[in-house]
Ligand binder design. Structure first.
Ligand SMILES: *[C@@H]1O[C@H](CO)[C@@H](O)[C@H](O)[C@H]1NC(C)=O
Ligand SMILES: *[C@@H]1O[C@H](CO)[C@@H](O)[C@H](O)[C@H]1NC(C)=O
Length: 299
């Protein structure tokens, strides 16, 4: 009902060749923009409607809540950037420090609505650097083992993949016939590769790759050797140790006995124990300690 007179009003104005501008209106093609570091990127600030001839255009960068001028009084404050018609901001060589919010502001004094602004968020992707990898040189069959891989430059944060002898380890070993019996788990967010129980077949040259949308990097391959527990060797060593122990004990027993006899003979009673027994005890301790050390090292 009310629209009829309004339409008539517009038609009348159109006939007269004059359409009133209601003000400046901005638009952008992307409110969230991703760019790769060292590549150019254009933030669009399109003017949909305006009737002022020389609008005032400003670009501000807002990082951690603090605004700073990028384009102000027809000057660009950043040598890597340009203003492109009508009001787009072109950054020629983005750097990781450009990740921020950018606000395009247009003031048009001759327009009824004489101000508009638009906020664009820019995120600059950064390639991963070569990750630091740690691979244990030697592990024993049946024990657990963890291989680690990490880099901190990539943005967004890198995802990690592990390779053995140039072949990628599937995320789930059960998904591949070749890795079916392996007990590893991969955490692709943290870069950890954990074996619950290492098998002989897990030995090989390992490397890891860090990857994100901007690129990837990998560490050099490092060997991991897997050793069997030498059961026969341990048994023989234990047996030799036990035999040695018995011989020493036998020796002490004899020495002691001998000492007793001699003390019985000369009645001095002060020095008879010291030389023989102390020597004997020393030997026992040394041998026992040696044996214990050896066995704990192997097992
Ligand atoms: C971009 O900037 C980096 C340093 O920030 C520089 O090393 C590189 O040469 C620049 N690239 C171009 C194309 O200007
Ligand atoms: C996995 O283990 C099973 C049973 O021990 C064996 O038969 C099979 O050959 C193994 N597969 C691989 C790929 O080692």
């Amino acid at each position: 009902m009310a629209s009829k007179p309004l339409t008539a009003f517009f038609i009348l104005y159109s006939f007269l060749g004059y359409i009133p501008s209601f003000g400046v209106i901005l638009r952008t093609t992307d409110k969230i923009v991703w760019a790769n570091e060292f590549q150019p990127v254009e933030l669009t600030c399109l003017i949909e409607s305006i009737s002022t001839n020389n609008p005032r255009i400003e670009w501000k960068k807002i990082k951690n809540g603090i605004p700073s001028y990028v384009y102000f009084q027809n000057k660009i404050s950043e040598h890597r950037a340009q203003l492109i018609q009508p009001a787009n901001l072109l950054i020629l060589n983005t750097s990781r420090s450009d990740t921020a919010e950018y606000r395009c502001e247009v003031a048009a004094i001759d327009d009824h609505k004489h101000f508009d602004e638009i906020l664009i968020s820019l995120a600059v992707r950064v390639k991963p650097v070569v990750p630091r990898c740690s691979v244990p040189l030697a592990v024993t069959v049946g024990t657990s083992s963890e291989l680690r891989c990490l880099e901190n430059e990539g943005f967004p944060a890198s995802q990690y993949r592990w390779f053995r002898n140039n072949e990628e380890l599937p995320q789930d070993p059960k998904s591949s016939l070749k890795f079916l019996n392996s007990t590893y788990t991969i955490n692709s967010d943290t870069g950890s590769l954990k074996f619950r129980r290492v098998r002989k077949e897990d030995a090989g040259e390992y490397f890891c790759q860090a990857k994100n949308e901007a690129g990837n990097a990998q560490c050099p391959a490092q060997p991991m050797e897997v050793y069997d527990v030498d059961i026969v060797g341990i048994f023989l060593k234990a047996l030799a140790g036990l035999a040695g122990f018995i011989i020493v004990m036998f020796g002490i027993y004899h020495a002691h006995k001998h000492g007793c006899f001699s003390s019985g003979k000369d009645h001095t009673g002060t020095n008879y124990k010291l030389p023989a027994q102390d020597n004997g005890v020393d030997y026992t301790e040394a041998d026992e300690g040696h044996f214990r050390h050896k066995s704990s090292f192997i097992i």
